[in-house]
Design a protein around this ligand. Structure first.
Ligand code: ADP
Ligand code: ZN
Ligand code: ZN
Length: 666
C-alpha cells in the first residue's frame, strides 16, 4: 500500500504520512489535500515512502491528489529543502509559503478564463535600437558570458548611471539565444513597471512577466505557472520570485543587491539574494549581483576572489558626469527651521532656471515626536514601546510599528497643558516649509503615504518625466534605481541619527542611501549637484561620500568591523521570540538560553544573554532576543541545528519564536 510523505504548513519540523493508493513517483511535488486533526489542509507530496513510519492501520487516506498544475520539480524541492535547513525553519512551512497564495488554498486550481497576457502593448515592429555598449560594459558582458554552464557569482559594481541595466539586457539576450530563461530580482515593487517596459521594448519576441505581491491572486498563479511551464522566459520580480520554478533557468540577476528589502522580516526570514546564490549554485548557473554600493558581505567576497568582480566606473551617457558634492555644516550655517540658507539659495537658483530638484529626508509623516512642554509627555503608543508620529495632513498621531492612530490631541492628556510641540522633521513638515519659502513652485511629496498604489506611482513618474514638478520631497523610495533625467539638484537632510545608532550597519546604510540618492542627480547631459546637511561633517563617512569613493568607504568600514568582530567577519543568528505574556516569554528565553548552554558551546561560538528587543513591545507583543555568533558559518549552523531541535521540543504555548539566520537588523 503506497504511503506518501506530505509537507504541511504546520510549525513542526517533520513530514506527515498518509495513505495514497493512487500516487506514483510522477506525483512527487504535486499538491494534495489531507485531513489534519479535524480540518483539511493543502500540502505538497514530498516523497513516496518505501515503508510507512507508523502503523499502516492508523494511516489516514488523503482527500485529493491534484494534478491540475505541474508538480514542483526535484530542483525546486531541493532549493526549498536547502532553505529550510539553512534558515532552520520547518520544511512544510517553507514549502507552502514559497507557493503563491492561490495554490495554498484547500481547493484545486481553476484557471481564469482570460489568461494573463502581458499587460504591455508590444510594439514588435519597432523595437528600439539596442544601445552600443561602451568598453567597460562590453568587458563586463564578456567576462560574465565567458562561463555560463557552471556556477559563478559575479559582482557588477557600477556607479550610479553607469548603465548596469544595459549590461543585464545584453546578458538576457545572450542567454535567451542559448535557449535559457532568466530571473531578474529587483528590491522593490515600484521598480518593476519601468524595468518591465524597458526590457519588453528591447525583447519584443520574448514573453516577460513580472511577479510581485501587488498582483491579484489569480494573476499571480497564472504568471507563476507560465514560468513553470517555460512559456515566460524572463521573470522580473521582487524577493518572492526567487522561488518561482523556471525549468530552463540559465542566469539570475539581482539588481541593487545591497538593499535590505531582499530580506524577509517575518516568517521564513530569508534573504532573496542569498537564496538566489544558493539556487544558482544548485543549478550550476551564473548569477550577477549588481550595485553601486555593494553590501559589505558581497564586497568582501569579491575582495577575497570568491566572486568575480566587474566594474563600471563612468556614467554611460556621453557628457554625463558624477554630481558635485557639497557638505553643509548645520552648526555653522543659519537654519530656517530645517533648511539651511545655502540649500534655500540653491533651490532658488534651480527654480529660476526651470530645473528640477529633490529634497530627501528619510522620515515620513510631519514630525517624529509630539511633546508636552510642561510635563514631557510624548504620545506613546498604547501597544508598542515607541512614540506615535505626527501626521498633520490627516490630523492623526500614527504608530509606524502597529499602524494604530488617534486624533492629534489639543491638550496634554497627563497635565492638561495646551503647549504641545512637534519635534524633528518628516516629509510633510519639509514640504510645508518648502511651500512657504517657494509659494510658486510645483512641489510633489513622495513617500509611502502618498504612493500607496501603482497608479499613484505611475502618475508621479509621468509628472517627473514631463517636468510638471519643480521640487520633489521624498523618502528612500526615491533613492532606489530610478532614472529621472531632468533632476539636477539633490539635497539630503537629517541622516545624522544613523551616526550614533546602536546598529553597526547604520553607517553602511546611510552611506549607500546617500550615494544612491546623490546618484539621482545629473544622470543625463545636465550637470548635477548634491547638498548634504549634517551636524557631524567631520565624520569619516562624509569624507568618502564627498569623493564618492565607495571603495575607500568599504575599506574603512570593513576595517572597523574586523576590529570590533562584526559581520561580515562574523556570522550571526538571533533567536527572536514574542508573546502577549511577558512572564512566559522570559521563561521561554531563560530555558532557551539554558538549553544552549547545555549544548556546551565552545569557542569560536559565542552565546549572548537573552535581552529585550530594541522595540520591546510591538502591537501588544513583548519581544526578546538572543544573539549567537561565530566567525565560522559551519560552526554556527551545526550548533543551530542541535539547538533548534531542543527548542522545538520545549515550545511553550503562547510564545512564538523563530531563528533569524544572517539577521540584517538588530
Ligand atoms: P545604472 O542602473 O547603472 O544606474 P542605467 O542602466 O539606468 O544606470 O543607465 C543610465 C543611463 O545611461 C540610462 O539612461 C541609459 O539609457 C544610458 N546608457 C546606458 N548604457 C549606455 C551606452 N552604452 N550608451 C549610451 N547611453 C547608455
Ligand atoms: Zn503635559
Ligand atoms: Zn504601536
Amino acid at each position: 500500500m503506497p504511503t506518501i510523505q506530505v509537507a504541511l504548513d504546520v510549525p513542526v519540523a517533520r513530514l506527515f504520512d498518509y495513505d495514497a493508493p493512487q500516487a506514483t513517483e510522477q506525483d512527487v511535488g504535486c499538491r494534495v489535500l489531507v485531513p489534519f486533526g479535524t480540518r483539511l489542509k493543502t500540502g505538497i507530496l514530498w516523497a513516496i515512502a518505501t515503508e510507512p513510519g507508523c502503523d499502516p492501520a492508523q494511516l489516514r487516506p488523503i482527500q485529493a491528489l491534484w494534478r491540475d498544475v505541474p508538480a514542483l520539480s526535484a530542483t525546486d524541492l531541493a532549493l526549498l529543502k536547502f532553505c529550510s535547513a539553512y534558515y532552520h525553519y520547518p520544511l512544510g512551512t517553507t514549502v507552502l509559503h514559497a507557493l503563491p497564495p492561490g495554490l495554498r488554498r484547500t481547493k484545486g486550481w481553476t484557471p481564469p478564463r482570460r489568461t494573463g497576457a502581458s499587460v504591455l502593448a508590444q510594439d514588435s515592429d519597432n523595437p528600439p535600437l539596442p544601445l552600443a555598449l561602451n568598453t567597460e560594459q562590453l568587458q563586463a558582458l564578456r567576462g560574465i558570458l565567458q562561463v555560463t554552464d557552471r556556477f559563478r557569482c559575479h559582482l557588477l559594481h557600477g556607479i550610479t548611471g553607469s548603465g548596469k541595466t544595459a549590461v543585464y539586457l545584453a546578458l538576457i539576450q545572450a542567454l535567451l539565444a542559448q535557449g535559457k530563461s532568466v530571473l531578474v530580482l529587483v528590491p522593490e515593487i515600484n521598480l518593476t513597471p519601468q524595468l518591465e517596459q524597458h526590457f519588453q521594448q528591447h525583447l519584443p519576441q520574448t514573453t516577460l512577466l513580472s511577479l510581485h505581491s501587488g498582483l491579484g491572486e489569480k494573476e499571480r498563479v497564472t504568471r507563476w505557472l507560465a514560468a513553470q511551464e517555460g512559456s515566460a522566459r524572463v521573470i522580473l520580480g521582487t524577493r518572492l520570485a526567487v522561488f518561482c520554478p523556471m525549468p530552463q533557468l540559465g542566469l539570475i540577476v539581482v539588481d541593487e543587491e545591497h538593499e535590505t528589502s531582499y530580506k524577509q522580516q517575518e516568517g521564513l526570514r530569508y534573504s532573496a539574494r542569498d537564496v538566489a546564490i544558493m539556487r544558482a549554485q544548485q543549478g550550476q548557473i551564473p548569477i550577477v549581483l549588481g550595485s553601486a554600493t555593494p553590501s559589505l558581505e558581497t564586497w568582501l567576497n569579491a575582495q577575497r576572489g570568491r566572486y568575480h568582480q566587474h566594474s563600471l566606473t563612468q556614467r554611460a551617457i556621453a557628457g554625463a558626469t558624477l554630481p558635485r558634492m557639497r557638505l553643509i555644516d548645520t552648526r555653522r550655517t543659519a537654519l530656517q527651521q530645517s533648511l539651511s540658507t545655502p540649500l534655500l539659495e540653491a533651490l532658488q537658483t534651480q527654480l529660476s532656471q526651470g530645473a528640477q530638484s529633490l529634497v530627501f529626508i528619510n522620515r515620513r509623516g510631519y514630525a517624529p515626536l509630539l511633546r508636552c512642554q510642561q510635563c514631557g509627555w510624548s504620545c506613546p503608543c498604547t501597544h508598542c514601546s515607541t512614540r506615535m508620529v505626527v501626521h498633520l495632513r490627516t490630523n492623526q498621531m500614527r504608530c509606524h510599528h502597529c499602524g494604530r492612530s488617534r486624533p492629534i490631541p489639543v491638550h496634554c492628556p497627563d497635565c492638561g497643558s495646551v503647549q504641545l510641540d512637534t519635534l524633528g522633521d518628516g516629509t510633510q513638515k519639509v514640504e510645508d516649509q518648502l511651500r512657504w519659502h517657494f509659494p510658486h513652485a510645483r512641489i510633489l511629496r513622495l513617500d509611502s503615504d502618498t504612493l500607496s498604489s501603482p497608479t499613484q506611482w505611475r502618475e508621479a513618474r509621468a509628472a517627473i518625466q514631463q517636468r510638471t514638478v519643480d521640487i520633489l520631497v521624498g523618502t528612500q523610495m526615491l533613492a532606489k534605481g530610478h532614472d529621472f533625467p531632468h533632476l539636477t539638484l539633490v539635497a539630503a537632510l537629517g541622516g545624522d541619527q544613523a551616526l550614533y545608532s546602536t546598529d553597526f550597519r547604520a553607517a553602511e546604510r546611510l552611506f549607500s542611501q546617500l550615494m544612491q540618492v546623490a546618484g539621482r542627480a545629473g544622470r543625463s547631459h545636465l550637470a548635477g549637484e548634491v547638498l548634504i546637511q549634517t551636524e557631524f561633517p567631520e565624520h569619516p563617512l562624509f569624507d568618502f561620500l564627498m569623493r564618492q569613493d565607495y571603495d575607500g568607504f568599504a575599506q574603512y568600514e570593513l576595517n572597523q568591523r574586523r576590529l570590533s568582530g562584526f559581520p561580515p567577519y562574523m556570522h550571526q543568528a538571533i533567536l527572536r521570540a514574542h508573546s502577549k505574556r511577558p512572564e512566559r516569554l522570559e521563561t521561554f528565553m531563560a530555558q532557551a538560553h539554558a538549553k544552549a548552554l547545555a549544548l556546551a558551546p565552545k569557542p569560536p561560538l559565542t552565546l549572548f544573554d537573552p535581552v529585550n528587543a530594541l522595540l520591546h513591545r510591538r502591537a501588544g507583543d513583548y519581544r526578546m532576543q538572543l544573539l549567537l555568533q561565530s566567525p565560522r558559518r559551519q560552526n554556527l549552523q551545526e550548533f543551530l541545528g542541535l539547538w533548534e531541535k531542543t527548542l522545538t521540543a520545549s515550545t511553550l504555548r503562547s510564545v512564538h519564536w523563530v531563528l533569524d539566520v544572517d539577521p540584517v537588523e538588530l
